[in-house]
Write a protein that binds this ligand. Sequence first.
Ligand SMILES: Nc1ncnc2c1ncn2[C@@H]1O[C@H](COP(=O)(O)OP(=O)(O)O)[C@@H](O)[C@H]1O
Ligand SMILES: [Mg+2]
Length: 268
Amino acid sequence: MAIQRVHSKWSKTAALLASEQLRQYIPETSPFKRETVRMMLEQYGMIYVKPDRGTFGNGVIRVEKSASSPLPYRFQLDKKVRQFATFEAMYPRLLSVQRTRPYLAQKGIRLLQYHNRRFDFRVMVQHNLRGEWETTGVIGRLGLPSKIVTNYHSGATPLPFSTLMSPHMSEHRQNEYLTYLSNLGVETAKQLQLIYPGIKEIGIDFAIDTELHPWILEVNTLPDPFLFRKLGDRKVFNRIYQYAVGYGRFKAKRTRRVNKNKPQTKTI
Ligand SMILES: Nc1ncnc2c1ncn2[C@@H]1O[C@H](COP(=O)(O)OP(=O)(O)O)[C@@H](O)[C@H]1O
Ligand SMILES: [Mg+2]
């Protein structure tokens, strides 16, 4: 059977870069190397350095170089900020976080904010019951103020698209933008499928920058469907689950009623 899961962010990014159309949505990404980190910092002022096979925002670092400060170099990992006078002083500390795991360096995107907290969107794209790609859910993740990642498992709050985007655009424009993201999601899935024919579902982390340009931060091939239970609209989760049953990720739901107050780790 063709593979359904691809762990390497680098492999998935390379697969997407092969598309002329999608390239404009992918922040420059390179394997982590001293000269690359130095050059990207010079060029962008802010970059993200992250494990090639990470999850949950673990090991993700935001690295910045500011113009005017006695300690212009800084990085943040989890809640801890470190500052340095020179690149040479900083780099060994980055290396000690990276250790032996392959890491990537990526252009940093200045995410839109809501109440001074950064957010991004998880877009779920699945094979529907006819075997066509369909965007089945979009959910916002509002990061904790103290963190540089917006993963749910790093304490982000799941919120509807409209809640987060209302301060940034009109209702009419929101609907257009949602359609735009949904279509981009389907294009992303189609492109990945050219290289990985076995995939049936993806969860894309979309960052929106302050110019409202969307960026694909990463594509997950084992996306968490249960995040979508946090949306008020139960229909969205039910459809996601139904499609996942359709391609065999889950067994059909049991009909017994479950206690809503009890945390459910398993519903299959
Ligand atoms: N290039 C980037 N610019 C801005 N924020 C980023 C960037 N890359 C990652 N992030 C932040 O870190 C989070 C985790 O990064 P991601 O690449 O999705 O790795 P993971 O597999 O750990 O979820 C993202 O959801 C986003 O909040
Ligand atoms: Mg992610």
